[in-house]
Design a protein around this ligand. Structure first.
Ligand code: KG4
Ligand code: ZN
Length: 397
């Protein structure tokens, strides 16, 4: 089957078309089209994501991105059939909050043949609600126009399941298998908005094992980067600086605390760590070496805490598979840390990390998660689909 997936939960506008085969135990995903437009440059002057701007940019970019994705998938064909008046009216009503999008939609889609897809999936949460709504309404409008089933996808399930795929050799990052995942599964989800450990004894039935009590780990990376006057988003910048210091021998006068590392639960706290960095950088002119050493100390502290708590959760849950997902899973050091320590401490656990291009927000991961909904006929009516900024993975919503 073929699936069109849409992601607009934060500052990336993304659409992918996947061909999906197989079942819960062994599935294969072929990327037929994948377009992603990052708004990083637009939000950079604000040092973070500005929701009203994110919403505006999604509305502006969805139609061109849809065209680009369909074109890449060789599904963009001209058609001259007029849209019936009642369908047109219903679509304009769905898109009434984004009038420019409504207009662009009508202009472009009225000249387009219905593509050969079987369902439309969209991120319905968690994320920035105004941003989510644009994608949700766009997906609803497409479902009405093309008369296709609609799937409401959880962003965090996208991060979880996309971590479990492996590239089929020589497929040029186009074909991915998702198979041989032994249960129980544990997922460490580390992104800009979330830091949580989620367990699943049964495939796709998630329960919360631990979570941050304050900042998400990506948020801490970004805030520490801002203290060092590094550009947004700071995560990759911190990671790069830290890696440079390690390559140069790793000497480091700085040590930072490991908050909550010894507590019995599997929860995290990163705001104290951030404050410790603030004391070190306050009123100080930082040299390039200072920045590298601080970044190194910070990333080491984060890695120790993430690993220790995940290790505890692995023992508690008896998990056989560990997936690490979300934007921060792009960190070379965090990956290496788990790859080095896990075989020794938990030889029975298989580690899954996503291909780098699937670590940050993207629509491929939404398509991957949505396929399992499709297999189980978890569709939603056009008028029932809403965005939910706080949607949780462990509660059905
Ligand atoms: O999953 P994601 O793209 O968006 C959310 O759902 O939040 O995660 C974005 C976060 C940002 O905080 C960014 O700084 C961080 O992931 N990030 C990194 C790296 N690449 C992105 N953090 C550490 N090292 C990286 N290489
Ligand atoms: Zn994300």
């Amino acid at each position: 089957m073929k699936l069109l997936a849409i992601e607009t939960s934060c500052d990336e506008t993304a659409i992918a078309i996947l061909e999906c085969t197989g079942d819960d135990t062994a599935a294969q995903f072929t990327i037929l089209g994948n377009t992603l437009l990052s708004q990083i440059e637009i939000h950079r002057p604000y040092g973070g994501v500005f929701p009203a701007l994110a919403k505006r940019e999604h509305a502006k970019n969805l139609v061109p991105i849809l065209e680009a994705t369909l074109s890449e998938a060789e599904m963009l064909r001209e058609d001259t059939q007029a849209i019936p008046a009642d369908v047109r009216e219903r679509i304009l009503k769905i898109l009434e909050r984004e009038p420019d999008l409504g207009e662009a939609f009508m202009t472009s889609l009225s000249e387009m043949e219905t593509p050969d897809i079987d369902a439309i999936a969209v991120t319905a949460g968690p994320g920035l609600e105004p941003a989510l709504w644009v994608g949700v309404n766009f997906a609803r409008a497409l479902a009405v126009l093309w008369d296709k089933p609609l799937i409401s996808t959880n962003h965090m399930e996208g991060h979880t399941l996309s971590a479990l795929v492996t590239e089929v050799p020589d497929s040029n990052a186009r074909v991915f298998d998702l198979k041989d995942v032994q249960l129980p599964l544990l997922a460490l989800l580390i992104s800009g908005g979330h830091t949580e450990i989620v367990g699943a004894n049964t495939w796709r039935e998630y329960r919360l094992v631990g979570q941050t009590r304050d900042d998400a780990v990506g948020e801490a990376f970004d805030k520490v980067a801002r203290m060092m006057h590094l550009p947004y988003p700071g995560g990759p910048e911190i990671s790069k600086l830290a890696e440079r210091n390690r390559e140069d021998g790793g000497s480091n006068p700085y040590t930072l605390p490991r908050p909550m590392i010894d507590t019995k639960d599997c929860d995290f706290s990163f705001s104290g760590l951030k404050t410790s960095v603030l004391y070190l950088v306050k009123d100080k002119e930082l040299s390039e070496l200072d920045k590298q050493q601080l970044a190194h100390a910070f990333e080491d502290a984060v890695s120790d805490v993430l690993y220790t708590k995940t290790s505890k959760a692995l023992i508690e849950t008896g998990a056989k598979s560990l997936a690490i997902g979300g934007g921060v899973s792009a960190s070379t050091h965090i990956r290496r840390y788990f790859q080095e320590h896990l075989p020794e401490d938990h030889p029975e656990v298989k580690l899954f990390v996503p291909p780098k291009f699937l670590t940050g927000d993207n629509a491929v991961m939404i398509g991957i998660a949505a396929y399992y909904s499709y297999l189980h006929k978890e569709f939603i009516e056009v008028d029932a689909l809403t965005a939910n900024g706080n949607r949780s993975l462990s509660k059905k919503s």
